[in-house]
Design a protein. Structure first.
Length: 175
């Protein structure tokens, strides 16, 4: 059984081209078997950009350059665990138009594949992704709040989407 981890600060990176987005399949942990971007927890002493670069390197075996990272969204995932405990994980979402090297399958992510932006397999992704990913891909800066049940398998309410002018106010972790 997958451990219900309490993760409070994370990043997510989606490689993109003008008309496509790359998605892999999570191999383990929360979201195993679902299509997603590359990412994970922000470690002590890291900022979100540093975490995005590190996570992508570990999970895709390719290199991101900070100047090609575009912050597209901040999503606060309100999680409810099986025992009723609740926590918020703030995820900083980036799109990257360039990377160095070939994005490879690893123990974390498999089947990296480009999809046309108008044919994203949302039904194969995490439950809230269908709500915030499309507006973020349209070029809007998005703040979203999603309410999820145990193991993030189901939405417990409507995902709230707000267009923002900047992400400055979200640079501090959610409380």
């Amino acid at each position: 059984m997958v451990e219900e981890k309490t993760l409070l600060h994370a990043v997510l990176v989606f490689p993109v081209t003008e008309n496509e987005i790359m998605l892999g399949i999570k191999a383990a942990k929360i979201g195993a078997g679902k299509r997603n971007g590359w990412g994970g927890g922000i470690e002590a002493g890291e900022n979100p950009i540093q975490a995005a670069i590190r996570e992508f390197s570990e999970e895709a075996e390719a290199i991101l350059l900070p100047e090609y990272l575009l912050k597209a969204a901040v999503v606060d995932f309100h999680n409810k665990k099986s025992n009723g405990e609740e926590f918020i994980c703030r995820v900083h979402v980036y799109f990257s138009s360039k990377w160095i090297g070939e994005i490879r399958e690893t123990g974390e992510m498999s089947d990296p594949r480009l999809f046309p932006k108008d044919q994203i397999p949302l039904e194969e992704m995490m439950p809230a992704d269908k709500d915030w990913l499309i507006p973020a891909l349209s070029g809007k800066k998005i703040y979203a709040e999603a309410y999820l049940g145990p193991f993030q398998k189901e939405l417990l309410g409507k995902t709230l989407i707000t267009e923002v002018n900047s992400f400055e106010q979200f640079d501090k972790p959610a409380t």
